[in-house]
Design a protein around this ligand. Sequence first.
Ligand code: IMP
Ligand code: MG
Length: 346
Amino acid sequence: MIEFADVIVGMSYGDEGKGKVTNSLLKKNTNISPLLKNTDYTHCVRFNGGHNAGHTIYKDGKKLVTHVIPTGVVQGVKSIIGSGCVANLGLLAQEIASLRQLGIETKGKLFVDKRTNIITGQHLYEDSSDVKIGTTRKGNGPAYRDKYARKNMRFGDFSWDQEGYDVCDLYEELYDEGKNRVLMEGAQAFGLDIDWGDYPYVTSSHCGTASALLNGIPPNKLRNVYGVCKAYDTYVGNKKFEKEDPIFEKIREVGQEFGATTGRSRQIDFLDLDFLVKSARINGVTHLIVNKVDVLEEVNCWKVKFKNKLNDLKDKKEFTQFINHHMAHEVDSIKTIFLSESPEDI
Ligand code: IMP
Ligand code: MG
């Protein structure tokens, strides 16, 4: 049975550092704060998206990037690619092989729900000519289109050599005799959600807390929602996001804001607290994690948009106070706010 489920959700447009947060929470005996104790998870489930995601994680000083494979695999926690995801057999095999090269064996740890939809070669081909949205060209849009047209293939439809993983039934996994403590790992983010993002400049899945629940989690078992954002916003794709300001080039360099999946430059803007409030409210965020405060420190620029005004704050202290005060005031579900300055931990 499920004892509880915690959810990790991106607050902005992806690349907020969800992989790092997941990895920190999965480390045994993590002691980031008294509130984050009891994070001894039995399962890590990716709940949306496919190979479009790129989660950067540091393990023993080594940099790892996962795409569709849940971060749990890196810490040896049983990991499931959930029913809300889409995956391509060849790309999955490649990702398994690249983890193996880094000494991480996935067999026995990695499972794919039988309901997970397949990204076919045709889907990849169609997406490869996208010029409108600026997709990651990993076949997501066409795969979800065919899923909803009820004509797609799913992992449970065939049997083949499942090198490095096994197909499972998410229900049987989560509702066995054990007391399961599940970490639901989101991909992309609320600003890219198919309905709540800036349509059509969005991804093809739902990216919020509700989407996590659709992977077999009952609402009454939801415990913590970790909302992840950065101290500034970034976006990758074809809409114009970045405004004229030389500070953004500096932030891009210092923050190394280049895509983990496609290598594209991420467009930069100051943190939009109005969007963050909306995102935190709708996703029921209990713990907000603001990453990359160290980047703003290095460029020494502490601007935040709030109530449609750009606030020029004096220093890190003022920035911290501003975020703590307004987020706690505007979003009643928030219990704790962490400002993080390390690429390896919260
Ligand atoms: P798609 O998800 O590949 O269809 O791309 C749709 C939009 O979402 C594009 O603007 C992508 O750059 C963006 N996107 C998709 N996945 C990610 C991600 O993991 N991080 C950041 N942007 C993403
Ligand atoms: Mg990413």
